[in-house]
Ligand binder design. Structure first.
Ligand code: PGA
Length: 250
């Protein structure tokens, strides 16, 4: 049985504690547990403590690479884990763009997340697609700069979210077949470093303008292990429809 990972990335929403509470309450009431779906909700840091992650797992949207110390504004993996979260999104393109996160910083974050026992969800994806396929080189570099510093046993634990930047929040989702092709390419890149077994094992999610009407197209592609959802994860009813779609594909 294929087991999907569906991740809700709330980004910097909702604006109030009241709305966040309400959102969690709806999820906690309405989610029907399913063996074939691992649901991950990644709210902003201040709301992590509100969640009662029984029917879903909790994720953070970022982590710092040091254990503790004078790092104003940063949050450690241990803090995140201690609060009950099991996943952490790392290297989202919005952080790469607006916060200047580099490959080296992302690599250190992935390493620390693994050391702390968190499951890193590493985001990769090109800014644009050129006709000659040069964007594959870009994806390969993003994957290699993280994986070449991992140990073999760590490599299989990283989840990758393939999120082409042009598809995020644009209403222009990538075609399932193109995502599948990129997923295969990523697996091959990892297989070149760690061997075919690890390349095959790595789970690859898709993110970028996913909604209830297109989710099925991705989930039925054998190479795609799940979805990372931004905008449509902010409205519980819409998000639950996507979850239902994954559930129905058991
Ligand atoms: P989107 O965002 O679903 O709003 O396109 C996806 C993401 O950035 O994780």
């Amino acid at each position: 049985m294929k087991r999907f990972i569906i991740v809700a990335n709330w980004k910097m929403y909702p604006p109030t504690l009241r709305e966040a509470r309400k959102f969690f309450a709806v999820l906690e009431k309405k989610i029907k547990p399913a063996k074939n779906v691992e649901l991950v909700v990644a709210p902003p840091f201040p709301y992590l403590i509100l969640a009662k992650p029984k029917k879903y797992a909790l994720g953070a949207q970022d982590v710092f690479w040091e254990k503790e110390g004078s790092f104003t504004g940063e949050v450690s993996g241990r803090m995140i884990k201690n609060i009950g979260a099991r996943y952490v999104i790392i290297g989202h393109s919005e952080r790469r763009t607006y916060l200047g996160e580099t490959g080296e910083m992302i690599q250190k974050k992935v390493k620390k997340a693994l050391e702390t026992g968190l499951n890193p969800i590493l985001c990769v994806g090109e800014a644009r697609r050129d006709g000659e396929g040069k964007f594959f080189g870009f994806i390969r570099r993003q994957v290699e700069e993280v994986y070449r510093n991992l140990k073999k046993k760590e490599a299989g634990r990283v989840i990758i979210a393939y999120e082409p930047i042009w598809a995020i929040g644009s209403g222009k989702p990538a075609k399932p077949r193109d995502v599948s092709e990129a997923a295969l390419f990523i697996k091959k890149t990892i297989a070149d470093i760690f061997g075919a077994h690890i390349g095959q094992k790595v789970r690859i999610l898709y993110g970028g303008s996913v909604d209830a009407s297109n989710a099925r197209g991705y989930l039925t592609e054998p190479q795609i292990a799940g979805l990372l959802i931004g905008r449509e994860s902010r409205l519980p009813q819409k998000f639950l429809k996507i979850v239902e779609c994954a559930r129905s594909l058991s």
